[in-house]
Ligand binder design. Sequence first.
Ligand code: ZN
Ligand code: ZN
Length: 173
Amino acid sequence: MGIELTCVCEKCGYEFEADVGVGFLYPKVYVETIDAMKEGGFGQQGKEFLEAFPNGAISCENIVVQCNDCKKLMVVPELSLYVPKEGYDFTKSNRKKRWSSGFSGNDYEYVSPIELNDHYQLFEEYDHRCLYCNGHTSVVPGFTECMDKSIDKRVSCPECGSMIEINFTGIWD
Ligand SMILES: [Zn+2]
Ligand SMILES: [Zn+2]
């Protein structure tokens, strides 16, 4: 279950809405994302990683990044790259566990966020490129499910540069 966040610029009227986190269809999204990555759909970094580590795994939860050049905001799968910890036999991982009550996920070969956390180690963070201008991007920490008060819940407006509040607006799945 992910959450929906919205920001509206009071100065220029710019609006942006994002569904972040992990959705109900995660196993399906995971498989589709890995397949696209193998084809180079997320650039060379992912393609080369999966060629070098066929048992590699990725984090597929949605995050928001901002382009360092054109300042546009976009929702992307997180895509950090992981490799199994030494001694972890992923072929024995428990596929009988249901993903959720409404969607078993049994038909999909995926690595859940919990497995990722317990049995994999981070290999490399993903260098997300802007979908509009191919510039480098930075993760906007305020677009997160985490309610930690120390996280700045603001982002600079892509249109006019003023700081705008990121607000929780609902839950998606
Ligand atoms: Zn850009
Ligand atoms: Zn603005």
